[in-house]
Design a protein around this ligand. Structure first.
Ligand code: FEO
Length: 401
């Protein structure tokens, strides 16, 4: 496997082929925890790997250099998928100084016993010379923890970008130009939607701050390293951070006895009559990870739930709670659902969520008592057409700004 980024700069991380859950995120294609070794007059490790794989990391480092010759361990991010092996590295590398920002030191102290660790605290603009090469630091708060930081090697035009531009994607090769870019970009989008959508504004500020850097390789802490398709991933982040959608409508629903599903089908028919791309997704068929990814770039959304116990269906509540936390923006949409003897809950609760998410309502919530009539379904189709038209207007507006 090719692990060399540059002469003397190597990937030394771990490919986690079989991980399928990342704190609730369904990692269907596994993941990697990327760590890097920069060899020079002084040697630096950039980030570590998840705790159980510490020995793999140490073994990979030893393939290039003795552990006693490690001078620095740079910790760009304290989340345990990257810092979990820091205690093992600090124990195995007696001469290593741990380099991080002040917030990261606090976070590490609250995760691990840091007694005896030699810290060097850095801030934006600071640099450390390794000899022929330099590590310079850029604090990137809330991308996506408060202590996050980029490390840049100007002599190599190489950015270690931590979680930014990452993908949960296990692959046999380490570089973008040796992998299927359709899959890489799908996983980059899934990663953005589920991990960092909420922090779009911080990412935007970081991209602006980093725009002056001369970069021809981006090495994130998950997934492939970008060396050929940097413009593609930067353009995608530009689009995602500005919440610029596709001409796409999402119809998401749960159902008890098919009434709400009939409504969803009719809404979908109305949407498609307007020749808009659309997805019809039952919350039991699509994981919340996929639903967040679909939500990222849709322009309009209709969400349906029957009333259950004067409330909404639990899996719809799960999806809406997840979406609300991720804060997708600038959507249009409406709620719908069937009920038996009370309109409380169901579509009414869905509409409350949509309002809290600042979704611009294209129709009042659509209700059907028990089973939809032909008139009810015609009304659903009409609401679908209205949603599709509003989504197209929304798309046009967001791409003009
Ligand atoms: Fe990959 Fe925020 O940790």
């Amino acid at each position: 496997m090719e692990t060399k980024l540059r002469e003397g700069i190597h990937w030394v991380g771990y490919v986690d082929w079989n991980v399928r859950d990342f704190h609730g995120y369904k990692t269907a294609r596994g993941s990697t925890y990327n760590a890097y070794l920069v060899q020079d007059e002084k040697n630096a490790i950039i980030d570590s790997v998840k705790g159980p794989y510490a020995n793999k990391l140490l073994g990979n480092i030893q393939g290039h250099v003795a552990l006693t010759d490690i001078d620095y361990l740079v910790v760009n991010h304290a989340e345990p998928d990257h810092s979990g092996s820091v205690p093992a590295v600090m124990a195995a590398c007696p001469n290593a100084v741990l380099v991080c920002d002040a917030k990261c030191k606090d976070a590490l102290r609250l995760h691990y016993d840091t007694t005896g660790w030699n810290f060097q605290i850095v801030k934006t603009g600071d640099s450390i010379s390794l000899g022929r090469r330099t590590l310079t630091f850029l604090e990137t708060p809330m991308v996506h923890w408060p202590e996050s930081m980029f490390t840049y090697v100007p002599e190599e035009k190489l950015l270690f970008s931590m979680d930014a531009f990452g993908q949960h994607l296990a692959t046999a090769s380490r570089f973008d130009d040796t992998e299927d870019m359709t899959i890489v970009m799908q996983e980059a989008k899934t990663y953005y939607a589920n991990i960092v959508m909420l922090y779009g504004r911080s990412i935007r500020q970081t991209l602006d701050a980093a725009s002056g850097l001369d970069i021809d390789m981006i090495a994130p802490s998950h997934g492939v390293i970008w060396r050929k398709n940097i413009p593609t991933i930067l353009e995608a982040y530009d689009r995602w951070t500005q919440h610029r959608p596709e001409k796409k409508v999402l119809v998401v629903f749960d159902t008890m006895w098919k009434a709400t599903e009939m409504m969803a089908d009719a809404i979908m028919e109305g949407v498609l009559e307007e020749r808009v791309n659309a997805r019809l997704l039952n919350v039991h068929s699509s994981h919340i990870t996929e639903l967040a990814t679909e939500m990222l770039d849709c322009a309009g959304v209709a969400v349906g739930s029957p009333t259950l116990n004067m409330s909404l269906m639990p899996q719809v509540a799960c999806v809406l709670t997840y979406w609300k936390g991720l804060k997708p923006q600038h959507k249009v949409g409406f709620a719908f659902g069937s009920y038996g003897w009370s309109k409380n809950g169901g579509a009414a609760d869905v509409e409350k969520y949509l309002k809290e998410m600042k979704v611009e309502l294209t129709s009042p919530a659509l209700y059907v008592k028990y089973v939809p009539t032909e008139d009810d379904l015609a009304q659903c189709r009409e609401a679908g057409r209205t949603l599709a038209q509003a989504a197209l207007s929304n798309h046009a507006k967001l791409w003009q700004e």
